[in-house]
Design a protein around this ligand. Structure first.
Ligand SMILES: CC(C)(COP(=O)(O)OP(=O)(O)OC[C@H]1O[C@@H](n2cnc3c(N)ncnc32)[C@H](O)[C@@H]1OP(=O)(O)O)[C@@H](O)C(=O)NCCC(=O)NCCS
Length: 179
């Protein structure tokens, strides 16, 4: 497996990347066309998109967006790995490469929003009053099956929440890491 800049992908590989995006996060990109439009919009020089490929097949990909706060802060968006190839270190490899890219551009912080929106909520921050003792709730956070467990493993810390971002009791969870 190698990590390459997505500007180097051919049309078929961009299609594979879009397929992985719509399959992995259908709530954000319900169709292949939505996913293709997203990749097209993201593939601008201000952003860095990196893909993991093996035998010319895209296994997963992720991006960092143009920095904010005078170049200090980069948002990681999006990140997806093909469902058949999860738990093989591919997500970690992509995130590490994105962190390196953000660091090389002078970034101090990398952050992301991870929506807790599926079903009745997956984490301990779903369906609770986030206006009451949020620090305590963050201290005793439990990710359940949610992807925030992945980011915690990679050294990210919860830095805040957006209550009810996805409907009542369904927050967006902000995680960040020092570069
Ligand atoms: C989240 C995602 C990108 C992780 O990619 P991955 O390739 O499966 O992750 P890795 O194999 O690199 O995992 C790295 C570590 O995190 C752990 N991990 C992976 N997913 C996890 C989860 N959901 N909860 C807890 N730990 C997890 C792995 O076990 C591994 O731990 P280890 O180092 O102790 O072996 C992938 O599951 C995915 O595409 N999910 C759907 C889309 C999504 O949720 N994207 C993130 C949007 S914010």
């Amino acid at each position: 497996m190698r990590i390459i800049n997505m500007t180097q992908l051919n049309k078929a590989q961009i299609n594979q990347a879009a397929q992985i995006l719509t399959e992995s996060i259908p709530s954000g990109w319900p169709t292949l066309q939505h996913a293709m439009d997203e990749i097209k919009a993201l593939l601008i020089p201000e952003n860095t998109l990196l893909a993991a490929i093996e035998n010319e097949t895209v296994l997963g990909w992720g991006g960092i967006l143009a920095p904010i706060y005078n170049g200090n802060v980069f948002e990681l968006h999006p990140l997806v790995v093909h469902r058949d190839r999860r738990n093989q270190g591919i997500g970690r490899a992509i995130v590490t490469a994105l962190e390196d890219a953000a660091g090389k551009q002078g970034g101090l912080t990398i952050y992301l929003g991870a929506d807790d929106e599926r079903g009745n909520g997956e984490t301990s921050l779903a369906n609770v009053d986030l206006y009451d003792d949020l620090p305590g709730k963050i201290n005793s956070f439990s990710p359940g099956t949610h992807q925030s467990g992945f980011y915690l493993k990679l050294g990210y810390k919860i830095i805040g929440v957006m209550p009810d971002a996805n409907g009542t009791g369904k927050p967006d969870i902000y995680l960040a890491k020092r570069l």
